[in-house]
Structures are given as structure tokens and as C-alpha cells.
Design a binder for this molecule. Structure first.
Ligand SMILES: Nc1ncnc2c1ncn2[C@@H]1O[C@H](COP(=O)(O)OP(=O)(O)O)[C@@H](O)[C@H]1O
Ligand SMILES: [Mg+2]
Length: 623
């Protein structure tokens, strides 16, 4: 039990510390409850010795208090008028139970409340930490495991803190009360019983460590389950389209099975503890009977006192057992919170010391010999780039060339490995993330819409936007027509990921959001690449409205959309291989010209195919 207060547990209990005052109140109440419990035990001897044994009734002697080894004359405490033993015992029981019950109720609920509060704080802290992680965190941690940590792991810690903390305090106070009673009845008998204590404590400690480890891995399994659930609920359309229901059901079942196996490991360890401890009881009782028989024969002890002793012994055994259970619960909590604390220890995305606010963008953006790598392999090498205010810079290159990576460096989704990115001559690392990102809007291939109204999705991140501005943004994004056709117009709640809307509609809501944000720098990363021809046309128009007056970085598959860019950069192997205007690059006859030819050949090939789909099967298609 020495590691009962191991560092992770101390840390968990640290969340209880702010509620110290309430805790003290709860603890005092439980101490009162324990005292009441002890007082009830003191009534056992008079009940057996007097109430149930009227022959020995002496109107003057009411209580035989084992503590003192001699009769106590209640007349010392009560008025002379009370002579009836039964009345006194009954009244005392009533009062004692009332006090005991009330203080147990009040103490337990105070401590439980504090436990819940502490865990709420913990959960909020983890959420805050996770949301403030740099983007890389979200790529390296499975969403399911993260959800599971915030929900399931914290819930397990809550059980330990709120349920078992109160339990622990109750037992901690009860034990000394019982011990005192036992010692005063017969200290030799008590010490003899204490010899067996290590045999009780040993399995608790041994099994506790086992439980902690198993719980940790069973929480990981639970995370796997959450992961499957989240993927197959979110991506249910794909599951259906590929007829993978049975496959996913089997996968889930296997993961459940693993969770079950891992869970049973600690459950077994937990449930075996109590019976294991109980095995000692027959031994102890038999030995006690042997000893007590002699003591009673020699009149060192009365039968009621022996009954009190055995009763108290059982009562005293309970706190030890319960404390053992609490210990195991705490081990569970530690196992469960390992991941939670690991998240809490992560470094948040941070501004550098003395970071200033970025002044409104007015002149130029430069990439000065920028290199970047995610892990070991370099992704971008020696990128030099200059974008004047109002220019449109297009990035072209094969898939995986590093285009997305390059634009993500601008709002510092990732930090450059070497070189610097400057806005109006100011290194982006020297300004606050908030002020930097406020000046950049991004529209990407997959735009996230929240489970909220269309209105709130458009206003995301902005407070108190005038109505006209929102509708103007929706109009400019060519989104108002379809929004008004929705069942509740702007107040229609769109599903998670906006599943009730088509790709083009989602995109236009995202564009409306960017228009409303009205930041001077714009990044369009393949914003139209997943759309059909008609949606693309709409989105193109919406984007044209969005781009007006903004410095724009545009990445697009379809070269037609970037022909009018002020500067086109061709990215290959993480380096800028060509740069210039469309005309210049075509004239140069390099990679861009080749891509351009390929695409237009492609278009020629597709054009008749779209007109008459049957043609697709004709040998006209060279592939
Ligand atoms: N989060 C990441 N961690 C590690 N490697 C990545 C990550 N994101 C992208 N990459 C790698 O970086 C390279 C460039 O990716 P990306 O910038 O997305 O290319 P593009 O947008 O031009 O298709 C690819 O080889 C890709 O595998
Ligand atoms: Mg990309």
C-alpha cells in the first residue's frame, strides 16, 4: 500500500485540492458518522446484558461500557427519572442513527459533489489541451482514442474520485473507532488478530498493480472500439457503398472481444481479492473462540463483551476490506488516466515569448529559403517566393509534391525547419498565432461544417455579425438560393460534416464563411477538385467573388482555373522548378507546358465521353 499515493494518483487528487474547504466539511461529517457508528456498538453490551436479560436488570446500572471494564451508572449522565433500560436504549439508538445517517448522507454527498467537480475540471483541462495541440497531433493520434480518453478514461477516474474517495474517508474514520473499542475490550485478543493483517494487505497490493496495468490496456481497447464506431458512423455511406457492413460488424466484434478479454483480466483480479481475504475469517474466529472460552470461564470477560468484540472485529475488518477495494479502484483510475495525463503533458501550440500582434497585411508575403520536413525526409527545400499584395499565386505540381504543405506553413500549422516566412517583412514566428491566422482564410477540398445552423456555420468564429453582412456573404458565395430552399432557411441545422448538403453547396457555405471573415490573405487548396462540372462552375464564380481584393494562393488540379494567376509556381520534389505567368511557362516548354498539354488532351478525350457515356467503352479511350 506504500504506493497508494503514487505520482499519477497524487496528480489526480490534485484536482480535488481547490475544493479543500468543502472537503474538510465532508470529512468532518464522516468523522461524526464514524463516532455515531462506534456509539451504536457500545449499546450492544447493555442490549444483551440488560434488555434481553431482565434478571440482571438493575434500575441503577444501565450501560456496561467495555472501554472502562466496569459498569457505568447512567445516573451520572441522565436525570434520575430515567430508569427504564429499554427506553434509554431505544431513544439512544434513535438519536444515534439519526445523527449517523444524516452525517453520512451530508458527508458523502459533499465529497461526491467535489469528486464530480474535480473530474469536470480535469475533463475541461484535457479538452483545452487537445484543442490547442498543433495540427500534427491530430494526424498522429487516432480520433477514437482521443475521444475515448476525454469521455471513457475520465469517466473511470470519476468513479474512483467521486464514489470511492467518500468511501475511503468513511472507512478511514471507522477503523480507528473500531480499533479503540477492540483494544479496550481485550488488547491481547486484538493484537493476536492483528497478526493476520499482512495476510490481508498483501493480496490487495499485489493484485492492485496487476489491475492498473490491465485497466490501462483495456482503456486502449475501448479507444479502438470508439475509433471503429466513429469511422463507420461518420463514413457510413462508404461502408454501404462497398457492402462492408458484415466486415465492419466482424471487426467491431473482434475489437469488443479483445476489450472483454482485457477487462476480465482486471475484473478477475478485483473480485478474487475479497474472497481471498475472507478465507482468513474461519481461522481467526476458531482461534478466538478457543481463547475467549478460557477468558470467560476465568471471568475476565462476559459473553456480551465477547459478542461486542466479535461484532466489532467484523466491523473493523470491513474498513480494511473496503480500503483495499478503494485502493484497487484508485489503481484502475491510474490505469485509465495514464493516457489523459500523457495528453495533459503535451506542449500546446504557443506564441513565442514577446510575440506581437501582426499589423494588417498591406504589402508582401515572402518565403525566404524555406525548408520543411515532417519527420526525417525533407518535403520542401529552399523555397523562395514573393507575393505582392493583391496578387494571385498559383501552385502547380503532381500529387505529393508539397503544395498543401507549403500553404500550411503560412498560418503556421507547421513551423518551418529552416528559413523564414515573412508578412510585410515580419517573421510569422514573431507574431501571435491568433493575429496571424485572423488574416488568413482557407478554403480546402474538405471543408468542415459543424452540426449547427447554416447561419452559425457561416458566422463561425465571429460574434454579433449584422444580418445584412451574413446574407451578403451568402449571396456573394452564390449560396443564398439553395439556403433559402432548405426547410428552415438559414436556421436549418446541417448535419455533422454537412451531410445534408451536396459537395458544391458545402463548398459555397465555406466560401461564404471566408467572405464574412474578410481576411486579406486567402488560401484555396483544391477547393473545386471534388466537384462535378456544374457545381464547379458555381464554386468557381463564388471563389472569384471571394478573391476580389485578396492576396491569394491557389492550388488547383485544373490548370484552366489558374491560367489568369499573376504568377504560377511549379513544385517538384519539394522545390520550385519553374515560375512565371501562364504564357511565359507555356513558351518555356517545361513541366507546366507538359502538364497543360496532358490536361487538354484529357479534356478532349473526356468531352465526347461526357456527351455520350456509351463512348467510354469504345477503343477511343487509349488507356
Ligand atoms: N502530416 C504529415 N506527416 C508526414 N508526411 C506528410 C504529412 N502530410 C503530408 N506528408 C507528405 O508530404 C508530401 C507532400 O504532401 P502534400 O503537401 O500534401 O502534397 P500535395 O498537396 O502537393 O499533394 C507527401 O509525400 C506526403 O506524403
Ligand atoms: Mg494537397
Amino acid at each position: 500500500m506504500a504506493d497508494l499515493l503514487s505520482p499519477p494518483l497524487k496528480r489526480l487528487l490534485g484536482y480535488v485540492r481547490p475544493y479543500g474547504a468543502g472537503m474538510v466539511a465532508g470529512v468532518v461529517l464522516l468523522a461524526i458518522m464514524a463516532a455515531g457508528e462506534g456509539a451504536v456498538i457500545l449499546l450492544i453490551a447493555p442490549i444483551f446484558g440488560r434488555v434481553l436479560n431482565p434478571a440482571s436488570a438493575d434500575s441503577n446500572v444501565l450501560l456496561e461500557v467495555p472501554l472502562l471494564h466496569r459498569p457505568v451508572y447512567l445516573n451520572h449522565f441522565f436525570p434520575h427519572s430515567i430508569h427504564n433500560v429499554w427506553t434509554v436504549v431505544a431513544l439512544s439508538l434513535l438519536v444515534l442513527f439519526a445523527v449517523k445517517s444524516f452525517s453520512e448522507f451530508a458527508g458523502t454527498s459533499v465529497i461526491q459533489y467535489i469528486g464530480h467537480r474535480a473530474i469536470t475540471d480535469l475533463r475541461n483541462a484535457v479538452y483545452k489541451k487537445i484543442i490547442r495541440q498543433p495540427i500534427g497531433f491530430f494526424q498522429h493520434h487516432s480520433a477514437g482514442r482521443v475521444y475515448s480518453a476525454v469521455i471513457n478514461d475520465v469517466e473511470r477516474a470519476r468513479l474512483a474520485i467521486s464514489e470511492y474517495l467518500a468511501e475511503l474517508f468513511r472507512q478511514v474514520f471507522l477503523f480507528p473507532v473500531f480499533l479503540a473499542i477492540l483494544l479496550t475490550i481485550d488488547w491481547r485478543m486484538t493484537l493476536a488478530c492483528a497478526v493476520f493483517l499482512p495476510m490481508i494487505v498483501w493480496p490487495i497490493g499485489k493484485l492492485g498493480r496487476h489491475i492498473r496495468k490491465s485497466v490501462e490496456s483495456s482503456q486502449t481497447r475501448l479507444g479502438e472500439l470508439t475509433q471503429i464506431l466513429q469511422e463507420t458512423v461518420g463514413g457510413n455511406r462508404i461502408v454501404k457503398a462497398f457492402g462492408m457492413e458484415d466486415f465492419e460488424i466482424a471487426k467491431f466484434r473482434t475489437a469488443s472481444q479483445r476489450l472483454l478479454r482485457e477487462t476480465m483480466r482486471w475484473v478477475r483480479a478485483q473480485v478474487v481479492t475479497s474472497p481471498l481475504m475472507d478465507m482468513l475469517q474461519p481461522v481467526v474466529i476458531s482461534l478466538l473462540l478457543l481463547y475467549a472460552r478460557d477468558r470467560i470461564r476465568l471471568q475476565f470477560m462476559t459473553v456480551p463483551m465477547f459478542i461486542t468484540f466479535v461484532y466489532t472485529l467484523f466491523k473493523a475488518y470491513e474498513p480494511i476490506k473496503r480500503t483495499g477495494a478503494v485502493y484497487q479502484q484508485f489503481q484502475q483510475a491510474q490505469g485509465a488516466t495514464a493516457q489523459v495525463f500523457a495528453y495533459l503533458d503535451l506542449q500546446e501550440e504557443q506564441d513565442l515569448a514577446g510575440a506581437s500582434t501582426l499589423a494588417p497585411f498591406s504589402r508582401e508575403i515572402t518565403f525566404d529559403n524555406v525548408s520543411f520536413s515532417y519527420d526525417a525526409a525533407p518535403i520542401l527545400r529552399g523555397i523562395d517566393l514573393h507575393a505582392a499584395e493583391g496578387e494571385v499565386i498559383a501552385l502547380v505540381g503532381s500529387s505529393g509534391a508539397g503544395k498543401t504543405t507549403l500553404v500550411n506553413l503560412l498560418p503556421r500549422m507547421y513551423e518551418v525547419s529552416a528559413g523564414a516566412i515573412r508578412i510585410d517583412g515580419v517573421d510569422v514566428r514573431s507574431v501571435t498565432l491568433r493575429s496571424l491566422r485572423a488574416q488568413i482564410s482557407m478554403v480546402t477540398q474538405e471543408n468542415i461544417l459543424f452540426h449547427d445552423t447554416v447561419w452559425n456555420n457561416i458566422c463561425y468564429g465571429l460574434a454579433n455579425v449584422p444580418k445584412e453582412k451574413v446574407t451578403a456573404a451568402a449571396q456573394a458565395a452564390l449560396a443564398e438560393d439553395f439556403i433559402l430552399a432548405l426547410p428552415n432557411g438559414y436556421n436549418t441545422v446541417i448535419g455533422e460534416r454537412g451531410t445534408r448538403l451536396s459537395g458544391g453547396q458545402r463548398q459555397r457555405i465555406a466560401i461564404a464563411r471566408a467572405i464574412l471573415k474578410d481576411s486579406p490573405i486567402l488560401v484555396l487548396d483544391e477547393a473545386t477538385s471534388e466537384l462535378d462540372a456544374e457545381s464547379e462552375l458555381y464554386v468557381q464564380k463564388a471563389l472569384a467573388n471571394l478573391m476580389v481584393g485578396r492576396t491569394t494562393f491557389v492550388i488547383a488540379h485544373r490548370l484552366a482555373t489558374i491560367r489568369r494567376a499573376d504568377k504560377i509556381l511549379v513544385l517538384e520534389d519539394g522545390q520550385i522548378r519553374e515560375s512565371g505567368t501562364h504564357t511565359e511557362l507555356i513558351a518555356r516548354g517545361g513541366t507546366y507546358a507538359r502538364l497543360h498539354d496532358l490536361q487538354f488532351a484529357d479534356d478532349d478525350m473526356l468531352a465526347p465521353a461526357q456527351a455520350a457515356p456509351a463512348n467510354l467503352e469504345s477503343p477511343q479511350n487509349p488507356s
